[in-house]
Design a protein around this ligand. Structure first.
Ligand SMILES: Cc1cc2nc3c(=O)[nH]c(=O)nc-3n(C[C@H](O)[C@H](O)[C@H](O)COP(=O)(O)OP(=O)(O)OC[C@H]3O[C@@H](n4cnc5c(N)ncnc54)[C@H](O)[C@@H]3O)c2cc1C
Length: 247
């Protein structure tokens, strides 16, 4: 899976701080410079003042100002299973590659076996992989080889059948019914900084599945470059804790 930041609000922490200061000031923030708006906040530099205010907001559960900045991510090659999980978040906006209109032109069985069209979970190939809800710990080489063989043969068969149905003139929107849930899809998603932290609360947690955790960790890395004070604070003080952003 590949995740990139497509677009995001410029200077998001200025927006967060301006919105938050608006709540406690007699003056109108629209008529002031950012320096004037932040004048009474503790800190020797503007960056320190932003750090003080953002830390205060997050530690006191004042999350509203974090709804103003928005980021758009492009994700290449997530499974449809992962897509079903992430699209449950109702305050995130999505565009999903359509299999009604986008058919795989030519199915190359080797590409399918190599995991180019279907996500191969680590539990199909790694004998030491320990996942959630796994019945046992590490497995021997013979078992993992068998698992991988069954997995790859099964997805190859499904994708080849899909191609045969297309060749028989079936519409892609109906032929896709035979495809595995691990079939890769490209997605664009947008959310605000508050929602991003909520998604991370739920999807970077130990009980989430490996693929959506991987996606969330990548999104968090990009968010830390985009909105550094907020996501550094989140990483150090909130991630994995009980004080989640929403029940
Ligand atoms: C480990 C794990 C296992 C899961 N297993 C399952 C499963 O087996 N089956 C299943 O169906 N789902 C499952 N889910 C999905 C989960 O139940 C949520 O539907 C999903 O994570 C969306 O999160 P959310 O409920 O916080 O809502 P979001 O859509 O992310 O909304 C954010 C917050 O807004 C508020 N909110 C949004 N909409 C409403 C509303 N209509 N009414 C009141 N408050 C609202 C809530 O406070 C909510 O937390 C699982 C999630 C995880 C992380």
């Amino acid at each position: 899976m590949d995740v990139t930041l497509l677009e995001a609000t410029d200077d998001p922490e200025r927006v967060i701080c301006t919105a938050a200061r608006n709540d406690y000031m007699g003056e109108f923030v629209g008529d002031q410079s950012f320096e004037e708006t932040m004048a009474s906040v503790d800190g020797d530099s503007l960056e320190e003042k932003q750090r003080t205010l953002i830390g205060h907001l997050l530690s006191h559960g004042h999350f509203g100002p974090f709804e103003h900045p928005q980021a758009t991510f492009a994700i290449e090659g997530m499974s449809r299973s992962c897509m079903a999980q992430i699209t449950r978040h109702r305050h995130v906006s999505f565009d999903v590659q359509s299999m009604r209109y986008v058919a795989f032109d030519e199915v190359d069985p080797e590409a399918v076996r190599a995991g180019e069209m279907v996500v191969v979970p680590p539990s199909a190939t790694d004998p030491d992989w320990v996942g959630r809800n796994q019945r046992s710990g590490s497995v021997d080489e013979a078992t993992i080889e068998k698992r991988e063989e069954v997995f790859r043969e099964s997805v190859s068969r499904s994708v080849e059948d899909y191609q045969r149905l297309l060749d028989l003139g079936m519409a892609p929107e109906d032929a896709r019914f035979v495809l595995p849930i691990g079939t890769k899809v490209n997605v664009v998603m947008s959310m605000n900084a508050r929602m991003l932290m909520h998604v991370a609360d739920m999807r970077a947690a130990a009980d989430a599945q490996w693929e959506i955790r991987e996606l969330t960790e990548r999104v968090l890395e990009l968010a830390a470059d985009w909105c550094p004070i907020t996501f550094d604070y989140y990483e150090e003080n909130m991630k994995g804790r009980k004080n989640r952003l929403a029940p």
